[in-house]
Write a protein that binds this ligand. Structure first.
Ligand code: NAD
Length: 510
């Protein structure tokens, strides 16, 4: 853009409130808000101190469901970027990239230059972020197929690229995983040939040993674990079983049928001190699991990667309702033909997805008591069908109907076709990179002596998740751009800069 600047190297803030040491960035920060009682509003300021470790740790990524479409697409994509492999299609020569990743392909406004023009920087020039090419990757899958053949099975990447990556990927064999048939669709049984045996406690101990071995053999300082395996049915929350950390651990020892494989992975991950992210819709983070993460100060995030239709929904509902158009009906149809679609064709796993997708317009509706009564919300229907022929190239069709001025109706219909895994893979990367950053940030109130870790539930990652987990009692934000600015304003806070305000007063005040 003419007149807009760009910072192509690490930003350095000059301010009495920001201190760079060899190891850390210290930011003395005024967190401003307003407290409201009745109709009386009082501006508030809380003085916080952020301490961000500058050194990037050697980090490993373990994927649960490694041999699936997301797992193989991500692994192959990183390898192609690392080795700078180019490939031909009928359109010509293609180069590897990280499009779709906010950490690798997006800039944020940092301030203005001497001519009052905006200046932008990539996120990793604001605070140091992991480079995905440096990640060590491995994982588990209930299917024993090596990553080379799993990439072919996924049919996502172009053939000429697959051909060049195959020999590297075929050496990668997933560790056996936990297969408990009642948690995923029955139609997945034919790929489950790589399964752990024993009690639930024994299986969790095997996972913990896998994590330790991976960490030691590759000399890693940190490991992040992501569930990108199939969607499970919802777990029942049962008092005495999974409602507290102690009950959850006891139920594990008792081999309780109420604990899902994804929660078992979360337990192993938390006990090994590894950040755990749930990319599928099911309620992996039962209350006992959240309490366990709090007890061990291990970061967790979920649920369900926000890749396509939900992202649009969180933009369109915001646009309509915040334009004063009364959204009354949202209907979304999907059809897809990959293994995820096959698994979701069973009612119980579909129900998990339906729940995950359904909350996305709640916060915009709840924020507007002018148009919606407290008990009123738009009709919202989600349909997903399995159509093998379209493969990973998911179709999403949405219809939004709003009431407009003087009894009019406004109907918007849209059709989106896109490879699901090519959208999801960079989101997984962002989740890992941003979660790793969160493990390097400590915070305290100015008057306190000790720094502490942030709350273990990383709501800061909501931009990337359909049904964001938030700290107990915290409001859930679904709308996309507030979620995005929650990330970039957090980055600004870490280097002592005020949040984005969009006012452009420098151009308005004479
Ligand atoms: P996929 O079916 O291709 O891959 C899932 C993999 O998990 C398979 O290889 C399967 O063998 C394996 N698996 C199943 N249960 C397992 C277990 N207990 N342990 C280890 N491995 C197990 O699916 P996908 O397209 O890669 O999607 C993965 C998940 O991500 C799904 O739950 C999907 O709903 C979710 N998701 C995907 C997207 C997207 O855009 N692709 C968006 C949001 C959420």
């Amino acid at each position: 853009m003419a007149g807009s600047g760009f910072v192509g190297e690490e930003i350095r803030v000059e301010s009495p409130d920001v201190v760079y040491t060899d190891t850390d960035i210290l930011s003395y920060y005024n967190y401003n808000d307003s407290r409201i009682r009745g109709n009386v509003v009082t501006p508030t300021t809380e003085r916080l101190v952020f301490k961000t470790q500058r050194q990037l740790p050697k980090t490993g990524l373990l994927l649960v469901g490694w041999g699936g479409n997301n797992g193989t697409t991500l692994t192959a994509g990183i390898l192609a970027n690392k080795l700078n492999i180019t490939w031909n299609t009928k359109e010509g020569l293609n180069h590897p990239n990280y499009l779709g990743s906010i950490c690798k392909s997006v800039t944020m406004r940092v301030g203005i230059d001497d001519r009052f023009m905006p200046v932008y920087a990539p996120l990793n020039n604001v605070v140091p972020l992991l480079n995905p090419n440096d990640l060590e990757i491995w994982g588990w899958d209930i299917s024993s197929v090596n990553m080379g053949d799993a990439m072919r099975r996924a049919k996502v990447l172009e053939w000429d690229l697959q051909r060049q990556l195959y020999s590297n990927l075929k050496e990668m064999l997933p560790w056996p995983s936990i297969y408990i048939p009642e948690w995923i669709a029955a139609n997945q049984s034919d790929r489950a040939d790589n399964c752990l045996k024993g009690t639930k406690l024994e299986m969790v101990n095997t996972l913990r040993q896998n994590i330790k071995d991976f960490k030691n053999s590759r000399r890693l300082e940190k490991v992040v674990i992501v569930w990108t395996a199939n969607t499970e049915k919802f777990a029942q929350i049962r008092p005495g079983v999974n409602d507290t950390a102690d009950n959850l651990l006891r139920s594990l020892e008792n081999n309780s049928s109420d604990i899902s494989p994804s929660t078992m992975f979360a337990i192993a991950s938390i006990l090994e001190g590894c950040t755990y992210i749930n990319g599928s819709p099911q309620n992996t983070f039962v209350p006992g699991c959240i309490e366990l993460a709090e007890r061990y100060h291990v970061l967790i995030a979920g649920d369900d990667f926000k890749s396509g239709q939900t992202k649009i929904k969180s933009v369109l509902s915001d646009f309509l309702i915040n334009s004063g158009l009364k959204l009354q009906s949202v209907v979304s149809y999907n059809h897809l033909g990959n293994n995820d679609g096959k698994n979701l064709s069973a009612p119980e796993t579909f129900r998990s997805k339906e729940i995950s997708k359904s909350g996305v317009i709640d916060d915009v509706v709840r924020a507007n008591r002018l148009m919606y009564r407290a008990d009123e919300s738009p009709d919202h229907c989600v349909v997903i069908k399995y159509v093998p022929y379209v493969g990973d190239s998911k179709r999403a069709m949405d219809e939004y109907i709003s009431e407009i001025f003087m009894g009019g109706r406004n109907t918007i219909a849209m059709h989106n076709t896109c490879e699901d895994s090519l959208l999801a893979a960079p989101i997984i990367l962002d989740l890992v990179i941003l979660a790793e950053l969160c493990t390097r940030v400590l915070v305290k109130r100015d008057k306190d002596e000790e720094f502490t870790k942030m709350h273990p539930v990383m709501s800061i990652l909501s931009f990337l998740l359909k049904s964001p987990q938030v700290p107990p009692g915290s409001p859930i934000v679904h709308t996309l751009f507030p979620q995005r600015y929650a990330i970039t304003n957090f980055f600004k806070a870490l280097i002592g800069l005020p949040p984005e305000n969009f006012m452009l007063l420098e151009h308005k005040v004479p």
